[in-house]
Design a protein around this ligand. Structure first.
Ligand code: NAD
Length: 367
């Protein structure tokens, strides 16, 4: 079997600090477990701009295209806010997403029972929540044409955006959701606004048709929900869901809503996946949901768990190390149960630890 390779892009702010904990973990797993992973590391975002005057060099992009998965820390910071848009750290993310053709964004919302009191919802509603939102990332109203702002009569202006989806775009993201549900609790909820939008009706019909005609998903339960009701149900009873699949716009909102339900930004991983190319390869990028947290960078207090869980997702969905991925998830739960907390999730009676202590504690649990 050829060695899998993972490209590490630590980025800016707390990115390098939390990536350091993943590097420690990989080195431990390569030595002591059945992991055989080759890693490479490159600059991205502001860190790349400092050295190369661009947030993403072509060489790094080619490496990303060649690797089995990309693991990104975070990019950005106030230092770069005045740069021209083309040089901004965020530009690197947009270019990576576009060039790797990442069309499906996977945003798990997990609430470890040990951290349930950080949520604004009642403990019993949120404790042990584990849902996955699959957001279509490259179509819909954010990219549809025509778009723009036009003058109309009386000095007024008109703003136009177009919500557009094709059968192919809907089916490929629905397939990602069904495949994920197969590895999880076998339930898919498709969310749209079929009551008021033609593109929403098409979405609902195509997802249903794909499901009815496919032989692979007979064990999956499919339901449809209006996106506004889905937003309410996420607050009322989020545990009714397993996998939610939705378009770019509704996915943007529903995934942020679901993330905030859990109350801890430093705990949430994410993944973005491409279609299979003609050689059967899927490109992928994994990153924490949070940003570069410049307010705490360099202090050794950032929570590395979202980064570590993003790595665990890469092991499961791109690198074929499901078992080690599961072991890491169990280790995260175990250190929380032991009462270890970085300052962002600290509560009375728990033990405050640094970024590096938290990373080492995960490794200790895996020994
Ligand atoms: P942020 O997520 O960086 O920080 C929000 C708050 O959460 C801050 O108080 C921060 O200290 C805290 N926080 C975030 N992650 C944490 C962690 N792992 N451990 C402990 N505390 C954590 O969001 P922001 O402040 O709006 O943005 C800061 C910079 O990050 C901006 O330049 C923004 O553009 C960039 N950003 C990058 C990404 C990305 O790289 N994918 C995503 C969002 C924001």
């Amino acid at each position: 079997m050829t060695k899998k390779n993972l490209l590490l892009l630590p980025g800016d702010g707390i990115g390098p600090e939390i990536m350091e904990e993943v590097k420690k973990l990989i080195s431990f797993l390569n030595k002591n477990k059945n992991l055989d992973l080759q890693i490479d590391e490159e600059l991205v975002g502001g860190a790349s701009y400092e050295k190369n005057k661009t947030p993403l060099t072509d060489d790094v992009l080619y490496k990303a295209q060649d690797s089995d998965a990309v693991l990104l820390g975070a990019v950005g910071g106030p230092k770069y806010d005045k740069l021209d848009f083309s040089k901004r750290p965020e530009r690197a993310l947009l270019r990576l997403r576009k060039e790797l053709r990442l069309f499906a964004n996977l945003r798990p919302a997990i609430c470890f029972s040990e951290l349930a009191s950080a949520s604004s919802l009642k403990k019993e509603v949120i404790s042990d929540l584990d849902i996955m939102i699959v957001r279509e990332l490259t179509g819909g109203i954010y990219f549809g044409e025509p778009r723009g702002i036009e003058p109309i009569q009386n000095g007024e202006r008109k703003g136009i955006n177009t919500h557009v989806y094709t059968t192919k775009e809907i089916i490929r993201v629905a397939k990602v959701a069904f495949d994920l549900a197969k590895k999880r609790n076998k339930k898919v909820t498709s969310a749209e606004k079929s009551n008021v939008m033609e593109a929403g009706l098409l979405w609902k019909e195509e997802v249903q048709k794909f499901y009815d005609e496919s032989k692979d998903y007979k064990d999956i339960e499919l339901s449809h929900m209006l996106a506004d009701n889905c937003a309410m149900q996420l607050v009322r009873n989020p545990k009714q869901f397993d996998v939610i699949v939705t378009d770019n716009l509704f996915g943007d909102m529903l995934s942020d809503e679901a993330a905030m339900l859990t109350g801890s930004l430093g705990m949430l991983p994410s993944a973005s996946l491409s279609e299979k190319d003609k050689n059967g390869r899927i490109r992928s990028m994994y990153e924490p949901c949070h940003g570069s947290a410049p307010d705490i960078a360099g202090q050794g207090i950032a929570n590395p768990l979202a980064m570590i869980l993003s790595f665990a997702m890469a092991l499961k969905y791109s690198l074929n190390f499901d078992e080690i991925s599961n072991e890491i998830e169990v280790a995260v739960k175990a250190v929380l149960k032991d009462g270890l907390r970085t300052p962002d999730i600290m509560e009375n009676g728990k033990k405050k630890v640094s970024t590096s202590d938290m990373g080492s504690a995960i490794i200790d649990k895996l020994k």
